[in-house]
Design a protein around this ligand. Structure first.
Ligand code: FO1
Length: 329
């Protein structure tokens, strides 16, 4: 059995993982219509927060809903066929954030998660209970069970929760820095280090390199585990032809002084052979000219179609990722 561990944020990572699941079901099917292989997603929890006394976990929910086929594909977050009756009531009571909509179906998830947490379960255990409702075919692990929330310090020196910067201000306030609260005392969630050590391939999904992948790697122990893993480590560029695919990763990259390019993000993660993480890095065909320079960094690279327009293109990208990962340079 091939074991694949994917470090992932929300939307881009969710689409990649859905494509990977489809590819494995097609090429390595089991008798039940699933796959003989095993995929574990180690998911960013830095976007998480308490809102209206409920624990919101956007990246875990994006991946869960996408794999369940219950996601709002256009909006990129939340549930298909969502209604907002309760959130209108919450707004009337001044509860929650008016700029952060908690849909009725989505609230079901947040209430269930908060119920499990209030009953003494960890986020991992709550996630296992919630995802068991659907046959996702992928194991979702939060990167940590500790509350490690990303806060953004903006130019005027004030700081706010990532979600306020992202959804209220649309990342328009120039970010000076991102810090995760309590990260120094946080620990990888159960199963995370094992999933990295036991993997036959480790993928850095096309997620935000700063606040998603960066936050996962910032949990003490995770970066070192990836660097020490026996599996090849391959990343998929979240930047195509100098711009972000979606979201506002460019605003985040600027804050850490990394250019918004496929090459710069590869250099940011670094080649494993020189103390970084990457053995290989996939770029879009439009960035083919960057391949030689990336290979000069000591990172094997290839240019393939990165746009995940639908299930087939996502599955093709997953196939390209696995073949580059296993190609011995
Ligand atoms: N994003 C928005 O732009 N506006 C919202 O009102 C909003 C609500 C929301 C509720 C639950 C949830 O899980 C995600 C939500 N998001 C919303 C998206 C969220 O900010 C992003 O999914 C990630 O945190 C960034 O990757």
């Amino acid at each position: 059995m091939v074991k694949i561990t994917v470090l992932s944020g929300g939307v881009g990572g969710a689409r990649f993982i859905r494509g990977l699941r489809h590819e494995l079901r097609q090429t390595r099917p089991d008798r039940a219509g699933g796959t003989t292989e095993s995929v574990t997603a180690v998911v960013n929890t830095g976007d998480d927060m308490w809102l209206a006394s409920l624990r919101i976990a956007p990246d875990l929910d994006s991946i869960m809903y996408t794999l369940a086929g219950a996601n709002d594909e256009e909006r990129g977050w939340g549930r298909l066929g969502e209604t907002e009756r309760v959130s209108a009531e919450l707004r009337s009571y001044g509860v929650g954030w008016p700029w952060f909509t908690l849909g009725d179906l989505d609230l079901g998830t947040h209430i269930a998660r908060s119920h499990y947490l209030r009953s003494g379960l960890s986020l991992s255990e709550a996630t296992a209970r919630i995802t068991a409702r659907w046959d996702l075919g992928v194991r979702l692990l939060p990167a940590t069970n500790d509350e490690v929330e990303t806060h953004v310090t903006v130019d005027d020196g004030s700081s706010m929760h990532f979600q306020e910067w992202w959804t209220k201000h649309r990342a328009a306030l120039r970010a000076r820095s991102f810090v995760q609260s309590n990260v120094s005392v946080s620990r990888p969630a159960p199963g995370v280090l094992e999933a990295i050590a036991a993997a036959d391939v480790i993928v850095l999904a096309p997620s935000n390199p700063v606040v998603s992948i960066g936050t996962i790697l910032g949990i003490p122990g995770i970066r070192a585990a990836v660097a020490a893993a026996s599996a090849p480590v391959i990343g998929v560029s979240p930047i195509i032809a100098g711009s972000v695919v979606r979201g506002m990763a460019d605003a985040c990259l600027e804050a850490i002084g990394v250019a918004t390019s496929a090459y710069a993000v590869a250099a940011h993660y670094g080649a494993r052979s020189s103390g970084g993480l990457l053995d290989a890095w996939l770029v879009d065909e439009s960035d083919a000219a960057a391949v030689p320079a990336i290979e000069l960094l000591g990172i094997r690279s290839a240019a393939v179609p990165l746009w995940m327009r639908d299930l087939e293109t996502s599955a093709t990208l997953a196939r390209d990722t696995l073949s580059l990962a296993f190609a011995r340079g």
